[in-house]
Design a binder for this molecule. Structure first.
Ligand code: ATP
Ligand code: MG
Length: 264
């Protein structure tokens, strides 16, 4: 690492002299260094990182998640050193080529989340809290306009208009569960026919179960249709997700959550 000197001393202690790879999958403002058995995530947006670490600690024994080795906010950045999850990301070619197995494992991943007792969950990330965060982002012009309006049937002129629509059309009868919050294929790790872990838990907390379903549905679509530049699988049908979950698709709700996600 170039800027070893700028790291908190307690992080240096663990990683000095060790070899690493830099991850290029993440799209957000974070930097990920992958070591042999540890991962260091450095984030500029520190606002929710302490909360996230608390949720990850709460999840221990309830869900396979990384162990927190050390966390510190240092000079306005968050440094999270955690254990490395084994296996491959579920968007790995192996799983895209074996979509039946992938879908089965994703179904299991949902069930692991939904079986968590949320009674004393330390964080709520439901529609109201997401809309509040979205309003702050819109009012502070933090929405990337280059990415606005380009998919999921977003016909709104600007983020303000979309936000007003979302605020006025909130889905009712939410089914509250423990939600991963960014349920996309790169955040779920698999090995052979087992789930090895969930990463990227910065938006996890109590939410309507359809939020994760919507994100997973979109991620499946985009990973199989070549959006990320990979192989195209014309025969793959993302609606098979509903078969493994054994539920009827609620496209209205899915569409609402994908539109909400446009504001993040
Ligand atoms: N504990 C871990 N064990 C193994 N791999 C990890 C771990 N944490 C992160 N990674 C790898 O780094 C990638 C990016 O990490 P993460 O998803 O936390 O970052 P991000 O920048 O928030 O990404 P996103 O674009 O999803 O917002 C993951 O998809 C995964 O491949
Ligand atoms: Mg991620």
């Amino acid at each position: 690492m170039n800027n070893m000197n700028k790291l908190p001393e307690n992080i240096k202690k663990y990683i000095e002299q060790k070899e690493f790879e830099k991850d290029n999958v993440g799209l957000s403002n974070s930097t990920i260094y992958i070591y042999n058995n540890m991962v260091l995530k450095i984030e500029d947006d520190i606002s929710q990182t302490v909360e996230t670490v608390n949720v990850i600690k709460w999840l221990k024994g309830k869900l396979p998640v990384p162990n927190i080795i050390y966390h510190e906010i240092f000079e306005n950045k968050s440094y999270l050193l955690m254990s490395k999850i084994n296996g491959k990301m579920s968007c790995d070619d192996y799983y895209l080529d074996n979509s039946e197995l992938l879908l089965k494992l994703l179904g299991e991943a949902f069930n692991l989340l939904w079986n968590i007792n949320i009674k004393d969950c330390p964080r709520i990330k439901d529609i109201n809290s997401k809309l509040k965060e979205a309003r702050i982002r819109v009012e502070n012009h933090l929405i990337d306009l280059k990415e606005f309006n380009d998919n999921v049937g977003n016909t709104f002129k600007n983020p303000e208009e979309l936000l007003l629509w979302l605020e006025e059309n909130k889905p009712e009868d939410n089914e509250l569960v423990f939600s991963h919050g960014d349920f996309c294929l790169p955040n779920i790790f698999l090995k052979d026919d087992k789930i090895t872990g969930f990463v990227d838990l910065g938006d996890s907390g109590i939410c309507d179960k359809w939020y994760d379903i919507a994100l997973c549905y979109k991620s499946l679509k985009n990973n199989f249709n070549g959006t990320f530049g990979g192989k195209i699988y014309p025969d793959f049908n993302p609606n098979k997700l509903f078969d493994v979950l054994n539920i009827q698709p609620d496209y209205k709700r899915i569409n609402y959550y994908l539109l909400l996600e446009e504001l993040f």
